[in-house]
Design a protein. Structure first.
Length: 105
């Protein structure tokens, strides 16, 4: 599933989910540099666990992450759970299991 992103004074970029690129290419050796936060728990600005990192929207050519797809809500039945996109610049890796979101979600 590709999505269109408009950037000022530039042509639109096509972004794809990293998991779909890996599945299509059957190759995860070209991953972006840095820690892959998929599956990490999401901490909000006050340090509470509010969900997990579901996937990343990346540039398919460079695999540079642009957005994190977060699944918020920890209810076992999915009540009031939701998915949100957060600019990857607003996500900071805290440790091997957690990311902190720098914006209110």
């Amino acid at each position: 599933m590709s999505h269109l992103e408009s950037t000022p004074l530039h042509s639109p970029n096509i972004l794809e989910l990293l998991s779909e690129i890996e599945q299509r290419d059957n190759d995860s050796s070209r991953d972006f540099t840095g820690t892959d936060p998929r599956g990490f728990k999401v901490l909000n600005t006050t340090g509470n666990d509010v969900g997990k990192v579901e996937d990343l929207y990346v540039d398919p050519n460079t695999r540079q992450p642009r957005y994190a797809l977060l699944k918020l809500g920890n209810h076992p039945l999915g009540i009031h759970n939701r998915q949100v996109l957060v600019d990857f610049d607003d996500v900071a890796v805290e440790d091997d299991e957690h990311v902190r979101v720098k914006v209110s979600i």
